[in-house]
Design a protein around this ligand. Structure first.
Ligand code: FMN
Length: 348
């Protein structure tokens, strides 16, 4: 099946503009998820092996999730949940709707199995996402919601902007990913700085603590953070009690041909893997088991997922791999994880 995807379907899809294809996939998923028998058939075909794991108090059927950015408006979650994932991360959602950057803003680097995107948090806003989720939840797997800052909101106004987004979406998420690492929103990376991050996370954590159900938070960090920055973020995560997602896309073009240097945006896919893994290892070493970690960046097969779990991630996420390897990727990854778990005698 995945051979068929790579030989036929991918050839066809890759002959069109990447964003156009993505929008068509999401629109089709929205239609298909309303047709219960079709949705059940897809779930049956893509069903992945179970490997239960509990992270940050949430039970996951398996450790492989969908990374943020694939379903920005939280509108295709029921269909996506049928692709074998252990969890979905939807968004990134901002408080108010915004168009994002001018098109074209997504590029395939086929020879490197990579993507450059400078979408800029294009989304329909928190209220629209809430309306969609109202109709789609509950799902059989946990759903994280990634929240971000509106482009016209200053860095000083960010804590309030994130907090208001959280309030609109709080009842829908199993956990919240706080996206401070997109390279496509001006100055967003400055939220990694110690005091700024504390001022951002304090109100979000206080709000959650005041609700009937306290939900966990994960900060998604950039792979472009210097070591001192990583240390500061991990220290705060351990102190305030939130998890980390390592990592978002990179602004670096070191791992791709020089031609791509003139393309602005975040690079994802195979060339990101090494940098993301190096940040993951560093975070895991500093955290010493005190901070739950989700690994993201360059997972295209089972061994790459296992590598991140071995480096200290409790969960992993895929995006570019899904584009290049097709909708049975999670099933294939889980087959590998299941085999290696049996091989080492580790129990789930
Ligand atoms: C087109 C595109 C859009 C993305 N949008 C978001 C986003 O809105 N929020 C976010 O946190 N990450 C976003 N990402 C980053 C992914 O979630 C993921 O962390 C990154 O691509 C690395 O994983 P990968 O190598 O498996 O793609 C996006 C990635 C791509 C390719």
């Amino acid at each position: 099946m995945s051979f068929l995807y790579k030989k036929l379907v991918r050839q066809l899809l890759f002959s069109f503009n990447p964003e156009l294809v993505h929008d068509a996939v999401i629109k089709s998923a929205c239609v298909l998820q309303r047709l219960a028998p079709l949705n059940s058939l897809v779930s049956l075909l893509a069903r992945a092996k179970d490997m239960p794991v509990t992270v940050a108090g949430i039970d996951f059927r398996n450790p492989v999730g969908l990374a943020a950015g694939f379903d920005k408006n939280c509108e295709a979650a029921r269909f996506l949940a049928g692709l074998g994932f252990g969890f979905l991360e939807l968004g990134t959602v901002t408080l108010r709707p915004q168009p994002g950057n001018p098109k074209p803003r997504v590029f395939r680097l086929r020879e490197s199995k990579a993507i450059i995107n400078r979408m800029g948090f294009n989304n329909a806003g928190a209220w629209d996402a809430a309306r969609s989720l109202e109709g789609l939840l509950p799902l059989p797997i946990p759903v994280g919601i990634s929240i971000g800052k509106n482009a016209d909101c200053s860095i000083e106004g960010a804590p309030q902007n994130y907090l208001e987004t959280l309030k609109v979406l709080y009842s829908y998420g199993s956990y919240f990913a706080v996206n401070i690492s997109s390279p496509n929103t001006l100055q967003l990376h400055r939220l990694h700085e110690g005091e700024r991050l504390r001022r951002l996370m304090g109100p979000l954590l206080s709000y959650a603590a005041g609700q009937g159900r306290v939900k966990p938070f994960f900060i998604k960090i950039t792979p472009d953070l210097p070591d001192a920055g990583i240390e500061g973020v991990v220290r705060l995560a351990a102190e305030l009690g939130f998890g980390l997602i390592t990592t978002n896309t990179t602004a670096s073009r070191d791992a791709v041909p020089p031609y791509w240097r003139s393309y602005e945006g975040g690079l994802s896919g195979l060339p990101l893997r090494k940098a993301a893994n190096s940040v993951l290892s560093r975070v895991a070493a500093l955290a010493g088991g005190r901070v739950p970690i989700i690994g993201s960046g360059g997972i295209f097969d089972g061994p790459a997922a296992l590598e991140k779990l071995d480096l200290g991630a409790s969960l992993v996420q895929v995006y570019s791999g899904l584009v290049y390897e097709g909708p049975l990727l999670v099933k294939e990854i889980m087959k590998h994880l299941d085999r290696s778990r049996r091989g080492t005698g580790v129990s789930g």
